[in-house]
Ligand binder design. Structure first.
Ligand SMILES: Cc1cc2nc3c(=O)[nH]c(=O)nc-3n(C[C@H](O)[C@H](O)[C@H](O)COP(=O)(O)OP(=O)(O)OC[C@H]3O[C@@H](n4cnc5c(N)ncnc54)[C@H](O)[C@@H]3O)c2cc1C
Length: 327
């Protein structure tokens, strides 16, 4: 541990759309935010080429550029962005208490407020051809990328409610959707299964797994294997969607913050407040429902406003902010 312990007003953990939006608002409210970017500076959008649905970009924008611009906007107002990981936390349980945070396993920071925006990671199959073609036709987000495959043949892997919903979404846009289900039945609810089965352009293949994604630079086809018979079969597709779940990046908060059985942080009512005073959660880490950049950004804004109001309430923020919010 270093000898000198740093004290910050607002610590932001994570540098996706939620973290940067929280940083913009917190910096403009003079909370002097310090942000730790984590292992993926810029977050999930740095893994995608085209973002077409974020408001304000009429011609679309590539994910990495958008995230650099968000960083520049946050820094313009004084956010200190640090490349590093938060590796441990010891949150205070009392209003006005100081939260202890360890960065990169050694640096101790004391924070008056903490905004968590650590996101969620999409699960992949982790076979080499899938990893190679990520961003070249392999995607983990049908709502984000389905539009690019309008009128084309695609496939989706997964058997739960999200997979069924994404398959139905794709069926409205694409020519044909082949759905690969590993077992001999879907895990999705009966209602969702009914929806999938009622759509004529979805073909469900049970006991079927991906053997290899075909294509050099972009997806051109899929080789599937029947896990009962071992039989292999190929289809021509241009897009492959992986819908086998997400894992929220919340392990370091276990035992301190309330979370659901899959690890999504639980916030109070319409706010970003967690069960502990001065600790706020935003973005995909607390949202298994929408998981979009714009919703993450919206909740990042809310987290900064919640932090600002909390600081005003406990008497840490001087006249500038205290006058604005009468709590
Ligand atoms: C392939 C793909 C394409 C997508 N396309 C679109 C699209 O077109 N439009 C759209 O709206 N949405 C899209 N999404 C969804 C969108 O990317 C997410 O909803 C959004 O990025 C969530 O933002 P976030 O800030 O909550 O978290 P994330 O973007 O997941 O960022 C999390 C951040 O937390 C950091 N972090 C994690 N743990 C720690 C730690 N211990 N210490 C410090 N930092 C930590 C990470 O390094 C990262 O910077 C796409 C997602 C994927 C995977």
């Amino acid at each position: 541990m270093s000898d000198k312990i740093e004290r910050v007003k607002t610590l932001i953990i994570g540098s996706g759309p939620a973290g940067y939006t929280a940083a913009i608002y917190a910096a403009r409210a003079d909370l002097k935010p310090v942000m730790y970017t984590g292992m993926e500076p810029g977050g999930q959008l740095t893994t995608t080429t085209e973002v077409d649905n974020f408001p304000g970009y009429p011609d679309g924008i590539d994910g990495p550029t958008m995230m650099v611009q968000l960083q520049q906007q946050a820094e313009r107002f004084g956010t200190e962005v640090r490349i590093g990981m938060i590796t441990a936390v010891e949150f205070s349980k009392v209003p006005g208490g100081i939260h202890k945070v360890i960065a990169d396993g050694e640096k101790e920071i004391e924070a008056e407020t903490v905004i968590i925006s650590t996101g969620a990671s999409a699960k992949y199959l982790n076979i080499p051809s899938e990893q190679r073609l990520r961003g070249g036709g392999v995607s983990a987000c049908a709502v984000c990328d389905g539009f690019f495959y309008k009128g084309q043949d695609v496939a989706i892997v997964g058997a739960g409610d999200t997979a069924a919903e994404e398959a139905s979404y794709l069926a409205n846009i694409c020519n044909k959707v082949t759905m690969l289900v590993r077992r001999d039945e879907m895990r999705a609810s009966k209602a969702m299964q009914h929806r999938v089965n009622s759509l004529k352009n979805i073909e469900v293949r049970y006991n079927t797994e991906v053997d290899e994604v075909l294509g050099d630079q972009v997806v051109e086809g899929l080789r599937m294997v029947n896990n009962k018979t071992g039989e292999k079969d190929e289809i021509a597709i241009t897009g492959l969607f992986i819908a086998i779940g997400h894992k929220p990046n919340t392990d370091i908060f276990k035992g301190q913050l309330d979370m659901d059985e899959t690890g999504y942080l639980i916030t109070k009512g319409k706010s970003t407040k967690t069960n502990l005073p001065g600790v706020f959660a935003s973005g995909d880490a607390q949202d298994k429902e929408y998981r979009q950049a714009v919703t993450a950004a919206g909740s990042g804004c809310m987290a900064a406003l919640d932090a600002e109001r909390y600081l005003a309430e406990i008497g840490s923020v001087e006249e500038t902010v205290a006058g604005q919010y009468k709590i």
